[in-house]
Write a protein that binds this ligand. Structure first.
Ligand SMILES: [Zn+2]
Length: 135
């Protein structure tokens, strides 16, 4: 209806001869390669590392264990000693915060289950590994 009438009223897109504006060198560009619709990007699944024992292949526990010493290559039962670890300080800090008077804060440093366990070789006295309460 009205749209057709408007179309007729409009001047032709290219008036004869004199066309204002710069000449385009290569007429019309072809539509160009349409980028193929990319398939859904393969969602990369982050491989979650399973429970892996870090540090060498030996999991050190809380108690002495039989192990082949990597230093002297003897099969020995590890000698365990205790040292203050992160948990020790956390417990000490916890006691301090709840109002433990001086002295109670030192309890964790004497309690084995608050201490990290250091495994060492009784044969060559090399430290083999540490069992940490908190990682
Ligand atoms: Zn050893």
């Amino acid at each position: 209806m009205s749209s057709e009438k408007q179309y007729e009223d409009q001047p032709p897109p290219y008036p004869d001869g004199s066309q204002p504006g710069p000449m385009q060198p290569q007429s019309l560009m072809p539509p160009g390669p349409v980028p193929a619709p990319q398939a859904a990007p393969a969602h990369q699944v982050n491989v979650m590392p399973g429970p892996v024992c870090v540090q060498s292949t030996v999991c050190y526990g809380e108690y002495s264990m039989a192990i082949q010493c990597p230093h002297c290559h003897n099969t020995v039962n590890t000698r365990i000693t205790h040292q203050t670890g992160l948990l020790t300080w956390l417990v000490a800090g916890g006691i301090f915060l709840v109002g433990g008077f001086l002295g109670c804060c030192l309890i964790p440093f004497c309690v084995d289950f608050c201490l990290d366990v250091v495994h060492s070789c009784p044969n060559c006295n090399q430290q083999l590994g540490v069992y940490q309460r908190l990682h």
